[in-house]
Design a protein around this ligand. Structure first.
Ligand SMILES: [Fe+2]
Ligand SMILES: [Fe+2]
Length: 398
């Protein structure tokens, strides 16, 4: 999703996404610098770069930052998760499916329904489609997010069909999420308004690049990240629903709205996990929250590339910001919401370090809001148009 406040600039580098010659060796060390991975000669890097390479930024890679004894916390929460988290999943038979909101290809009315869909979509401006495509591409990189969840110590799906509550959640969550990209993809395909091949390339690049959420195999960080993200996607899909309605496409509004409702349910589950962690381990959890916020919550599709635009994600984010689909204000609002939801201000009995983290997190929202105001003032002077390959290189105002 869009975000101007998540720059991966700190210690970041342009880096070929498939050029990780030393990753296997580095796996055992807790910390290694991204720059040390650039061991191949510049010519080799050039060659690797040709077939695939999106512009790739990575940070210092920290792994397994949760002390191993804390894995027990997650094991002991198995039954709790069964009773409190899995209830937020919907049985498949009660779930909506993409087909419920799309023309039925087996019906005689299919062509008419497609025609109507295309007529409605004609009323929608290009900048809206840029946001919807960006949201769809973000959803379509789902393999990356399941991978990310399965990097987390103590909760990962150890076999691919593990019966633990954590693994059941991750698989069922993925299965629910899978409908989001599917539905948006099919709608966009039928609309005829977008360059599907360019979009498909962007998805392939993005899944190939992965993501760098800096959650360090640490479920404390991981669930804070997912709490934030589910709320971010709830807001973003909610806004594309509202805008579709304003453009007169009630069916598209319904599509975005139904996806937003799923995100909300997922947000409830993830925020409950973190709430529980605050109850069991307030010090560890507030430190994790502060750590995640210091690093800034990067958006899942931050490594987006279409083979053409080196700044595609920033451009998409700018359009989403201008249209109010997902903004820096939303980022601050989410933080404020989570601080309130987890009652961070009221936690007592913290260590000195914990109190410092608490103070940092509780004072962060107004600081972000001030930064946002400054960024907005600066942006007014820089308004410009940029072509998006997703809409046949037509230009859109950032
Ligand atoms: Fe989603
Ligand atoms: Fe989601």
């Amino acid at each position: 999703m869009a975000l101007k406040l998540n720059p991966l600039t700190l210690q970041s580098q342009k880096f070929p996404s498939f050029g990780f010659p030393n990753v296997a060796n580095a796996r055992s060390s807790r910390v290694f610098m991204a720059s040390t991975l650039r061991s191949s000669s510049s010519k080799e890097v050039e060659n690797v770069k040709k077939p695939f390479t999106p512009p790739r930024e990575v940070h210092v890679q920290v792994t397994h930052s949760m002390p191993p004894q804390k894995i027990e916390i997650f094991k002991s929460l198995e039954d709790w998760a069964d009773n409190n988290i899995l209830i937020h999943l919907k049985p498949v038979e009660k779930c909506w499916q993409p087909q419920d909101f799309l023309p039925d290809p087996a019906s005689d009315g299919f062509y008419d329904e497609v025609k109507e869909l295309r007529e409605r979509s004609k009323e929608i401006p290009d900048d809206y489609f840029v946001c919807l495509v960006g949201d769809m591409i973000t959803e379509e990189a789902l393999p990356t997010y399941q991978t990310m969840l399965n990097t987390l110590d103590g909760v990962r799906d150890e076999t691919g069909a593990s019966p633990t509550s954590w693994a059941v959640w991750t698989r069922a969550w993925t299965a629910e999420e899978n409908r989001h990209g599917d539905l948006l993809n099919k709608y966009l395909y039928l609309s005829g308004r977008v360059d599907m091949r360019q979009i498909e390339k962007t998805i392939q690049y993005l899944i190939g690049s992965g993501m760098d959420p800096r959650t360090e195999n640490n479920p404390y960080l991981g669930f804070i990240y997912t709490s934030f993200q589910e709320r971010a996607t709830f807001i973003s899909h909610g806004n594309t629903a509202r805008h579709a309605k304003e453009h007169g496409d009630l069916k598209l509004a319904q599509i975005c709205g139904i996806i937003a409702a799923d995100e909300r349910r997922h947000e409830t589950a993830y925020t409950k996990i973190v709430e529980k962690l605050f109850e069991i381990d307030p010090d560890g959890t507030v430190l994790a929250f502060a750590d995640m916020m210091k690093k800034k919550i990067s958006m899942p599709a931050h490594l987006m590339y279409d083979g053409k635009d080196d700044n595609l994600f920033e451009h998409f984010s700018s359009v989403a910001q201008r249209l109010g689909v997902y903004t820096a204000k939303d980022y601050a609002d989410i933080l404020e919401f989570l601080v309130g939801k987890w009652n961070v201000e009221k936690i007592t009995g913290l260590s000195a370090e914990g109190r410092k983290a608490q103070e940092y997190v509780c004072g962060l929202t107004p600081r972000i809001r001030r930064l946002e105001e400054r960024a907005m003032a600066k942006k007014v002077k820089q308004n410009r148009n940029v072509p998006f390959s997703w809409i046949f290189d037509r230009e859109v105002l950032l």
